[in-house]
Design a protein around this ligand. Structure first.
Ligand SMILES: CC(C)(COP(=O)(O)OP(=O)(O)OC[C@H]1O[C@@H](n2cnc3c(N)ncnc32)[C@H](O)[C@@H]1OP(=O)(O)O)[C@@H](O)C(=O)NCCC(=O)NCCS
Length: 187
């Protein structure tokens, strides 16, 4: 580690599942990282009125309890058939960037996705960053987003070998769970 990085080292951080009270701090950090135009991005249309996957949203806190990193994941359905995870946003507090926390959150989130039964992850992000985790452009060539996307940044990852084979079509929101239908009592 260079002297500059060592000087910024915050020591031990705590990685937790996101709590309800983290929402404001996450919004603030995400706004600072991605700017006011973020809501116009196509991926946000897939997140509107859809809850993130609670067990796949994580935050990191510093020793004073301040939120310094966040990663969220959302449920999506490809072509009404193939469930997948939509990864993002991932944001690290500006003063802690380049210290490996982005990588740590990515590997943690990917491992948890697999452990929770998911087999494929989609994201829109810089390939120069996400290729290192196994995200690839070629795996997303047969799927589409419901709006404009910079093609080179539209990537997919197989958590299970072959999980993208034959997967094609438009990405949509997950199907809402059906309301429990009340059984009518027999008269
Ligand atoms: C992108 C981000 C999540 C990376 O997290 P981080 O903790 O700073 O990154 P890490 O320490 O894990 O990795 C650092 C490495 O990634 C590289 N990197 C960071 N952002 C990158 C990008 N957008 N494209 C290519 N490489 C990138 C750094 O140059 C560094 O490379 P090195 O290891 O060869 O020196 C973080 O910088 C951030 O929150 N940025 C603003 C929000 C954002 O752009 N998020 C999504 C990216 S599309």
């Amino acid at each position: 580690m260079t002297a500059e990085l060592a000087a910024r080292d915050p020591g031990q951080l705590r990685l937790l599942r996101e709590r309800a009270r983290d929402a404001d701090a996450i919004d603030e950090m995400t706004a600072a990282a991605f700017g006011p135009d973020r809501f116009h991005k196509t991926v946000y249309r897939l997140r509107e009125e859809v809850a993130p996957i609670r067990d796949l949203c994580f935050v990191a806190l510093d020793q004073k309890g301040r939120l310094v990193a966040s990663i969220r994941n959302w449920p999506i359905l490809i072509n009404e058939r193939w469930p997948a995870v939509l990864l993002g946003p991932l944001s690290i507090a500006p003063e802690l960037r380049g210290l490996g926390y982005g990588k740590a959150l990515m590997w943690h989130s990917m491992a948890q996705s697999r452990m929770q039964g998911h087999s494929r992850i989609i994201l829109v992000g810089d390939p120069e960053y996400y290729n290192q985790f196994g995200f690839r452009r070629d795996l997303a060539l047969n799927i589409q987003l419901p709006g404009w996307v910079e093609e080179r940044r539209f990537l997919a990852l197989e958590l299970v070998a072959g999980a993208m084979i034959g997967v094609h079509g438009m990405i949509g929101k997950p199907v809402p769970p059906k309301r429990a239908t009340r059984r009518r009592k027999k008269q």
